[in-house]
Design a protein around this ligand. Structure first.
Ligand SMILES: Cc1cc2nc3c(=O)[nH]c(=O)nc-3n(C[C@H](O)[C@H](O)[C@H](O)COP(=O)(O)OP(=O)(O)OC[C@H]3O[C@@H](n4cnc5c(N)ncnc54)[C@H](O)[C@@H]3O)c2cc1C
Ligand code: FES
Ligand code: FES
Length: 492
């Protein structure tokens, strides 16, 4: 086994990481080591976007420009990417088009949020196409501005992003791609010492060996949860095993009856596949964190962290997903719902990791709905999230899977509500009411700063009635502000 240092591209130079602690964040490295202080620290927890930088990477052979929160992104995670910060945008002959548009539209006052906003807009412009107002709002959901107001910023974005990028990055994209492709040589990376290290294995076999030898090491995927344990809980995490370079774990397999997500598939990459299963999943994923969080956070990380308010778990439980885990040579597959044992306790042994998640597609006669309830529309954690899958035999409910997040110590099914539906006509409002009335038999939710127990239960009941009413044929226009996008659902 030959180990090389973590390395990334920065301003045309190859940087090899040495003599930094494994839990060093990209933001600290930029500001304290490189002294590139344009990138700001606001919240240090991935919420405000002041620290947004862009990582250019090759994904499926194509160059992508992904905005990430440098405050919670560890330096080692930059391996194989080009790191682009606000200092890199302007060129000798003037500002970058996104900067120039912000000047012309008066998009900045105190300026603290501005570098992060520039980087989000830079990433948006490099996505290509001319984004509409919705796309701009989505791109800015992870960037808080407290003094300018968003109207001029959105106008600047619409203006600048209506033109294809013509900057030093687009001009040198072919040569940069070659360098990044050469960096992706399948080798294993490592820095630190046996007590404190950042390991980036390239194969599952080496990953398994490292985890067997150091079962107490912290598994790291996108770092959108682990990062906060470092910056907010100040946990002295010493030994880190990053999954981001493991070949195969980032694969999406679109099979005829299921989509199989490798554990490190990011939310951004998972979104279109989930949306193709059902448009509600697309809407839910667009409200998952922000663009920055979705670019880094992974499907596997969202499940493995075992949070009772994680968004994917209840939706995927309702769909009947299974997960595959590996420890050394042993593979096992279990239903997702049985992974969650109790609050923050999962069916995962030390040294075992989540490999992949198989999500069944909807079959003829199966209907699905899912609703996220949170205080804010964008970038907010769910108070509750309800997901319902029903199999119909004519008008009768032949099978039902209902799952909620935020209603118990784990994401959990609702057996009493499911039983109340079986064999009854979905067309009758009495059926919907019976299922909702059964929910208090399934859950005893808590009160906390997000929502009271009473609110959670009432919201959960309302969501269930809404799902069933829509499935019964009540037009979604009368149950939603914006009608559900019906897409091309063969199953419906
Ligand atoms: C600003 C912000 C907004 C957020 N919004 C949402 C939201 O709307 N909805 C939501 O559900 N969550 C949200 N989150 C939480 C977080 O983004 C998600 O849980 C995300 O999916 C975590 O994935 P990750 O790859 O970043 O995991 P990491 O932080 O890398 O890891 C999370 C945990 O899982 C473990 N782990 C990771 N991968 C594996 C694996 N393959 N096998 C075994 N263990 C593993 C790690 O050891 C760690 O304990 C938000 C977080 C932030 C900071
Ligand atoms: S400093 Fe607020 S998101 Fe990073
Ligand atoms: S310009 Fe002051 S916070 Fe945005």
């Amino acid at each position: 086994m030959s180990l090389r240092p973590v390395r990334f591209l920065r301003r045309g130079r190859l940087v090899e990481v040495a003599e930094v602690h494994p839990r060093t964040t990209l933001l600290d490295w930029l500001r304290l080591r490189e002294r590139s202080c344009g990138t700001k620290e606001g919240c240090a927890e991935g919420d405000c976007g002041a620290c947004t930088v862009v990582l250019a990477r090759l994904r499926d052979g194509r160059m992508v420009y992904e905005p990430v929160n440098a405050c919670i992104h560890l330096l080692g995670q930059c391996d194989g990417a080009e790191v682009i910060t606000v200092e890199d945008l302007a060129e000798a002959d003037g500002l970058h088009p996104v900067q120039q548009a912000m000047v012309e539209k008066h998009g900045s006052q105190c300026g603290f949020c501005t570098p992060g906003i520039m980087m989000s807009l830079f990433a948006l412009q490099h996505e290509g196409g001319a984004p509409d107002r919705d796309a701009v709002n989505e791109a800015l959901a992870g960037n808080l501005c407290r003094c300018t107001g968003y109207r001029p910023i959105v106008e600047a974005a619409l203006d600048a992003c209506s033109r294809s990028p013509s900057d030093r990055f687009s001009k040198t994209e072919a040569s940069t791609s070659k360098v990044l492709a050469a960096l992706d040589d399948g080798s294993d990376a490592w820095f630190g010492d046996p007590q404190a290290f950042f390991a980036a294995p390239a194969s599952e076999d080496l990953l398994s060996r490292i985890l067997e030898e150091t079962p107490d090491a912290t598994i790291l995927a996108g770092s959108t949860d682990v990062g906060l344990r470092i910056t907010k809980a100040l946990e002295p995490i010493e030994r880190i095993v990053w999954l981001g370079r493991v070949k195969g774990l980032d694969r999406v397999e679109d099979l005829p009856d299921a989509v199989v997500f490798g554990a490190t598939v990011t939310h951004a990459r998972a979104l279109p596949h989930l949306e193709a299963i059902d448009p509600d999943l697309g809407d839910m994923m667009r409200r998952f964190g922000s663009k920055q969080i979705r670019a880094a956070g992974t499907v596997g990380g969202n499940i493995a962290n075992g949070s009772p308010i994680g968004d994917l778990a209840p939706a995927l439980i309702a769909l009947g997903a299974t997960i595959e885990l590996r420890k050394a040579e042993r593979l096992r597959t279990i239903p997702l719902e049985s992974f969650f044992i109790e609050y923050r306790k999962q069916d995962r042994e030390p040294g075992e990791y989540l490999r992949r998640v198989a999500v069944p597609k909807l079959r003829p006669g199966e209907l699905f709905r899912c609703f996220k309830i949170s205080k804010r529309r964008d970038e907010d954690i769910s108070s509750t999230l309800g997901a319902v899958k029903v199999t119909l035999d004519g008008d009768l409910v032949a099978a039902a899977r209902i799952a909620y997040g935020g209603m118990a110590g784990t994401p959990k099914r609702a057996p009493a509500a499911e039983a109340a539906l079986i064999g009854r006509s979905i067309k009758q409002a009495a059926t919907w009411r019976a299922a909702a009335a059964a929910l208090p038999g399934d859950y005893r939710p808590l009160s906390d700063h997000r929502a009271s127990a009473r609110y959670r239960m009432q919201a959960a009941q309302a969501v269930l009635v809404k799902a069933l009413a829509e499935m019964a044929g009540l037009p979604s226009a009368s149950t939603r502000l914006h009608p559900r996008r019906e897409a091309s659902l063969a199953a419906e």
